[in-house]
Design a protein around this ligand. Structure first.
Ligand code: SIN
Length: 324
C-alpha cells in the first residue's frame, strides 16, 4: 500500500450523512446535520486504511443543505482556497447534504483555482440507520482523493464519481440518488479502486476566481431567483420580483429554450429595466441548441441546469467574467 505524505482534510458541513433518527428503521424521519465530523469519521473503522496517510477533520457548518446559505458558501470556498494553497494538504473531502450538493459542487468548481481533488460526498440514509450508506461513501471519497490524476471538484455517491458540471440529484430516496445526465458518471469506485469511464475533467482554472476576491472581502451577494415556464404561465411573478428588487433571473424554459409568451414579455421588460436574465431548459437531459443566425432576445445558458445557471449568474454579478 502506497502511503501519501500530505494530509487529506475532511470538512464537515452537515447533511443526512450526519443525520440522526429516533430508530434504526427510520431512513426518512431524521434530523440532518446532528453528528460531528470527528464522531462520523471515528465510526468508520477502515477509514484510516482508505486514507493512506494523515487525516484532519474540521467542522465548517452543521446544516441541512436545503438551508445552504451565502455565508456558509463564502466560508467553505475561503477554507477550500486556503487548504488548496497549503502544500501540506493533498486533497479535500467535504461531507454535504444531498439536496443542494450539485449547487455547491458547481459553485466551488467555479471559484477555486486548484488541481487538487476536492471531493464532495454525502448519504441518503442517516448515520443511525440499520445500514447507513455514509461510511461506504466516505471510504469511496478517500479512494477518489487518492486516485492518480484526480483533480478539481468531484462528487462521490453510491460508488459513482461525477463531475461538478453534470452532477444532479435525480432521485429523492434511492441510495444512488445522483446522475450525470447524457454524459454518465466519470467513473466508479470498486473495492477501493477507481475505474474511469472518461478522463478526469480538468478544472477550468476557476473562471470565477475574481468573484471569490469579492466574496472573501465580504461584498453582499446579489439576489438571483429562478422562474419556470409552463402551460398557463404569466408574467406576474417576474413583475413582482422586479418590484421587489431582484437583480437577476434565470428561467427554466420549455424544450429548446422556448417561453410562454406572457412570461417572455415580462422577462424582456425585466431585461430592459436592467436586470440580468438567463434562459436554460427545464429538460433534464441535453442542452439548448441556439440558432446561429438568430439573435436570442434573452441570453441562453448552455449545458447548465437552472440552479447551476443561477450560481453562475450570482458569480457574474459578483464580478466574474462568465466563460464564452
Ligand atoms: C440535506 O441535504 O442536508 C438533507 C438531505 C440529504 O442529505 O440527503
Amino acid at each position: 500500500m502506497q502511503v501519501h505524505e500530505g494530509k487529506i482534510v475532511v470538512v464537515g458541513t452537515g447533511g443526512t450523512i450526519a443525520g440522526k433518527a429516533g430508530s434504526v428503521e427510520d431512513n426518512i424521519g431524521y434530523v440532518a446535520g446532528e453528528v460531528g465530523i470527528q464522531e462520523l469519521l471515528g465510526a468508520v473503522p477502515s477509514l484510516q486504511q482508505a486514507v493512506r496517510g494523515p487525516l484532519q477533520a474540521e467542522q465548517l457548518a452543521q446544516i441541512d443543505s436545503k438551508d445552504m446559505s451565502f455565508p456558509v458558501w463564502s466560508a467553505l470556498a475561503a477554507r477550500c482556497r486556503q487548504l488548496a494553497a497549503d502544500p501540506g494538504v493533498r486533497a479535500i473531502v467535504i461531507t454535504h447534504g444531498t439536496d443542494t450538493l450539485e449547487e455547491t459542487a458547481w459553485f466551488l468548481h467555479s471559484v477555486l483555482d486548484t488541481h487538487k481533488p476536492v471531493v464532495l460526498t454525502c448519504a441518503m440514509r442517516p448515520s443511525t440507520a440499520l445500514a447507513p450508506d455514509g461510511p461506504q461513501n466516505l471510504i469511496d471519497a478517500m479512494a477518489v482523493a487518492n486516485a492518480p490524476g484526480a483533480c478539481g471538484v468531484l462528487v462521490v455517491c453510491a460508488g459513482a464519481v461525477h463531475g461538478a458540471r453534470q452532477v444532479q440529484k435525480v432521485h429523492p430516496y434511492r441510495l444512488n440518488a445522483f446522475g450525470s445526465g447524457d454524459s454518465g458518471p466519470l467513473g466508479w469506485v470498486e473495492e477501493g479502486r477507481v475505474r474511469l469511464a472518461q478522463n478526469w475533467h480538468q478544472p477550468q482554472a476557476g473562471w470565477a476566481v475574481d468573484a471569490m476576491k469579492n466574496i472573501v472581502q465580504g461584498d453582499p451577494w446579489p439576489r438571483v431567483e429562478v422562474v419556470m415556464s409552463y402551460a398557463g404561465a404569466s408574467g406576474s411573478t417576474v413583475d413582482a420580483l422586479v418590484r421587489d428588487g431582484v437583480q437577476g433571473l434565470v428561467v427554466a424554459a420549455t424544450g429548446n429554450g422556448t417561453l410562454h409568451h406572457a412570461l417572455q414579455a415580462a422577462l424582456e421588460r425585466a431585461q430592459q429595466a436592467g436586470l440580468s436574465v438567463r434562459v436554460t431548459t427545464r429538460c433534464p437531459l441535453g442542452q439548448v441548441l441556439s440558432l446561429p443566425w438568430a439573435d436570442a432576445a434573452l441570453p441562453l445558458v448552455l449545458g447548465l441546469t437552472a440552479v447551476k445557471a443561477r450560481v453562475s449568474l450570482l458569480l457574474e454579478l459578483l464580478g466574474a467574467k462568465a466563460p464564452a
